[in-house]
Design a protein around this ligand. Structure first.
Ligand code: SAM
Length: 332
């Protein structure tokens, strides 16, 4: 693979690279802008499976199919065609910026000396990522803090992945696991389960969505202790709930936290004593003091539990907490 030649700055844009996110892979979930970008393009570049997803839109265009491992080649090829004045649609499933082609493309462009003022225009066209689409198929699992971790160790060393898994399992995030398993990588999901079980209840709800919004779609609801036994493959996303996530009537839901402030009884919403709509919880930044009072533990013990430096907690406890402004916030 040869390094691309340097790009000269130019006032007039000639070629264009469009980083197109296709969404999950069904026509209904392809955005209007993504469809228009593909229509506008002279050249379509992408992984064979993704090109198949938009086969009916690419007729009459130059189509360059690349294999899974040729990501940098796809980016270099795009730059090459854009330099010839072509409009290139470089397609990714989901969103091009989420484990997709956007990062590698900018790396190749920067290496070639490209800047936003150069003669090649770059447009990123967002698509719904697997975590959004898979969540929509199983209920509302991402309604509180969440993160995504890829279990692929093809480019990231396993110790880095393991450290991130441990940190988020401990910190009680809802987690979307991308690239959980492939024909060759079968043990990463077992290791992820082992790390999670060190911090989470074995009964923590887990949803596994395989080929979401595609003809072979399969949805499994299970628990953390059984997660690794489920049918998981290259086209699966695994959603692990937090300590409040529950499954009801076949739907996985993570509460937003309204129960901390309100009680809903007989269809009426009542605010708990001392709480106010649109304002921080009454404990506010003094939550540490409330936690000490509620648990009977001291700052050092809380520091160990929350994995925070003891001097941080001590400093917050000593600080004068400014009163909140007048403006109410939307609780969301
Ligand atoms: C290289 S990543 C690409 C992610 C993509 N850019 C996105 O934003 O969704 C491939 C992984 O995305 C997830 N994925 C992509 N499409 C999916 C689908 N239709 N159903 C379930 N998971 C999917 C799987 O975890 C798969 O291993």
């Amino acid at each position: 693979m040869n390094a691309p030649e340097t790009i000269a700055p130019a006032a007039v844009k000639t070629g264009k690279i469009m980083l197109v996110g296709l969404g999950p892979g069904s026509n209904d979930h392809l955005t209007a802008r993504a469809r228009a970008a593909i229509a506008e393009a002279d050249t379509i570049i992408g992984y064979v499976t993704y090109i198949r997803l938009v086969a009916d839109l690419v007729e009459g265009k130059e189509v360059i199919k690349k294999s899974m491992t040729e990501e940098l080649d796809r980016a270099i090829e795009s730059l090459d065609r854009a330099r010839q004045g072509k409009k290139v649609a470089l397609i990714s499933s989901g969103d091009a910026g989420v484990y997709g082609m956007a990062g590698p493309t900018f790396e190749v462009l920067f290496q070639a000396g490209w800047t936003p003022d150069s003669d090649i225009e770059v447009e990123i066209i967002p698509g719904a990522s697997a975590l959004n689409t898979c969540a929509a198929l199983v209920g509302a699992p991402l309604t509180h803090d969440f993160c995504a971790i890829s279990l692929s160790d093809l480019l990231t060393p396993w110790p880095t992945i393991a450290r991130r898994l441990d940190a988020v399992a401990y910190a009680d995030f809802v987690v979307a696991l991308y690239n959980p398993k492939s024909g060759r990588r079968t043990q990463q999901i077992v290791e992820a389960q082992r790390i999670f079980l060190r911090h989470r209840d074995p009964q923590t709800p887990v949803a596994i969505v395989k080929s979401g919004y595609r003809p072979k779609q399969r949805i499994q609801l299970t628990t953390l202790d059984k997660m690794a036994e489920a049918d998981i493959g290259m086209l699966s996303t695994v959603l692990i709930g937090n300590s409040n996530t529950f499954i009801k009537h076949g739907l996985m839901v993570t509460p937003r936290g309204y129960a901390n402030k309100y009680a809903v009884e007989d269809g009426e919403r009542n605010t708990h004593d001392g709480e106010q709509a649109g304002r921080s919880l009454s404990t506010g930044l003094n939550g540490w003091m409330a936690a000490i009072q509620a648990s009977g533990r001291n700052a050092a013990e809380l520091a160990a539990e929350y994995r925070l430096p003891e001097d941080y907690i001590a400093a917050v406890l000593q600080a004068e907490v400014p009163s909140e402004g007048e403006e109410n916030e939307i609780e969301g």
